[in-house]
Ligand binder design. Structure first.
Ligand code: SF4
Length: 279
């Protein structure tokens, strides 16, 4: 059994929160550059150039890339041979979020649903825990913006809707979202499981690097078809028209009930922030 101090988890989460807010991943930068190379709309090109410039300024100056620094969604893979000492896991993570958002002056975006009173420190984090083999902890923090999260949906399709129904639903969801999720977007799709499991799969799908196709050839083909169709919608960068509506479509799938076909679409904006650390 390996012992890991709760304060190590706190430190890691704090660093991840700050890193995610400042540094757009290389995969996102590359996807934006590719989009720029293919974009024919002058306004679309201008927006993409500004997004790339914004990412550079944020990284160099250690500024948040967007005013909405997001809800801290933390995925934890906890090795079953780990014993956490000196505190509990949830509190260690929340303390890391608290310290990171405070120290870096990141906007606190979490509030009471009715009174809208801000919790003041961006906690509680959303924590997804998976127990795995081994003696390490893998922490992945995603700063999820409100605009793109609001455009996300779970739909219980009919089993007879099949692959065509799923593709049509995802494309329609992006179409209806229009400029609201701050395009160019990344589309996470969860297929199968149950109502809540599909939503989690869609969020997990967003963690895969852009451009890395699903290892399942059938899903990889669906990702390609959806991406092509979405980029023909004409929404474009910032919703001002153009080809580059979407940088990537990423699908995760699990078995579902014989009576159901759950599909979740979790849309992320161009501030596609997720960082990982292993203890
Ligand atoms: S949806 Fe994304 S880009 Fe738009 S305001 Fe929120 S965090 Fe920023």
């Amino acid at each position: 059994m390996r012992e890991i101090a709760a304060r190590e988890i706190t430190r890691a989460v704090k660093d991840l929160a700050m890193d995610a807010a400042y540094h757009l991943g290389d995969d996102v930068i590359k996807a934006l550059e590719n989009g720029l190379g293919l974009e024919s709309s002058p306004t679309g090109r201008e927006v993409l150039e500004q997004l790339l410039k914004n990412a550079r300024i944020a990284a160099e100056g250690k500024f948040p890339m967007c005013q909405d620094t997001g809800f801290a969604v933390v995925f934890v893979e906890l090795g079953q041979d780990v014993h956490i000492k000196g505190g509990d896991l949830d509190e260690a993570i929340n303390e890391g979020v608290r310290q990171g958002y405070q120290e870096a002056y990141l906007r606190k975006s979490v509030c009471h649903p009715f009174t809208r009173k801000n919790t003041g420190d961006n906690t509680p984090a959303i924590i997804h825990l998976k127990i795995v083999t081994g003696n390490r902890i893998r922490l992945t923090l995603a700063g999820k913006g409100g605009g793109s999260e609001n455009m996300s949906r779970v739909m219980m399709l009919k089993p007879s809707d099949g692959k065509t129904g799923i593709i049509d639903y995802v494309v329609q969801r992006v179409k209806e979202s229009g400029p609201n999720p701050c395009p160019p977007v990344i589309v996470g799709v969860g297929i199968g499981g149950t109502f809540e499991r599909a939503a989690l799969l869609a969020k997990e799908a967003l963690l895969r690097n852009i451009g890395k196709a699903s290892p399942d050839p059938e899903l990889a083909e669906m990702e390609k078809i959806i991406l092509e169709r979405v980029n023909k919608l004409g929404i474009g960068p910032a919703g001002l028209g153009g080809r580059t509506t979407c940088l990537g479509v990423q699908i995760e799938m699990e078995p579902c009930h014989i009576a159901s076909l759950p599909v979740a679409v979790n849309i992320n904006c161009h501030a596609h922030r997720h960082k990982e650390f292993i203890i």
